[in-house]
Design a protein around this ligand. Sequence first.
Ligand SMILES: CC(=O)[C@@H](O)[C@H](O)COP(=O)(O)O
Ligand SMILES: NCC(=O)COP(=O)(O)O
Length: 263
Amino acid sequence: MSAPASLVVVPPIRLGVNIDHVATVRNARGGALPDPVRAAMLAAAAGADGITAHLREDRRHVRDDDMRRLRETLTIPLNFEMAATHEMVAIAIELRPHACCLVPERREERTTEGGLDVIGGGIDLAHRVEQLATSGIRVSLFVAPDTDQIVRAADIGAAVVELHTGSWCDLRVAGRQDEAVAELERLTGAAEQATTLGLEVHAGHGLDYVTAEIMAANAHVRELNIGHFLVGEAIFEGLETAIRRMRAAMARGRAQLRAGKAA
Ligand SMILES: CC(=O)[C@@H](O)[C@H](O)COP(=O)(O)O
Ligand SMILES: NCC(=O)COP(=O)(O)O
């Protein structure tokens, strides 16, 4: 017999707003506007719990000065997304953001493809995780919902895994429902496994209002990082409205948990 809704303890869920693609628009003309830092401040005022920014090796969108200004300006946590390279570790240790999320990166990719190969990263990756963690930075690894990769993430001392929701979102958009259901089951299992290993569970990539609500109905998921969709919606409704609508969607997901109605 399930507990009455009033007794179900549901942990809060945070929204990290990724401002990469404000910088994409800025860079389209080579000028200073729109300023991604202004977007981050607006996002914070609209209810974002944190800001995520991805300093890519090719600096195609977020640039070093953006990350510095974000660090100097934000009063909410900064999640510095980066490849696990010597260059980026050095920048992160100098800036000391609240958190780093290590992501796979290939110059020729249009966006992040797949999760970090934690197992293949070997001792070098383990050493970089340790360097960041001993600098007081919370380390997250951006991984596919893969059991062995998640075990290895815990083994090398990551505090967080961020589950790559991109495949699931792409399958839904493509109308490949059966495969999407199977991928959601993988994500659900991975979230539970990661929790049992003592990892905090985040999720991100490709999320929109509908898929964010579904992710928020998973009690193991404590943070969603969302960017591209929000920046797109901001073109039509404004960033503040888009963020408020996203938070409402996440709240609906958590409400389903409380009511014992989550899938
Ligand atoms: C890791 C991830 O899914 C995103 O946070 C990442 O920033 C995507 O890269 P782009 O923002 O360059 O598309
Ligand atoms: N780590 C995921 C993220 O920060 C945003 O991804 P997206 O919403 O821009 O696809």
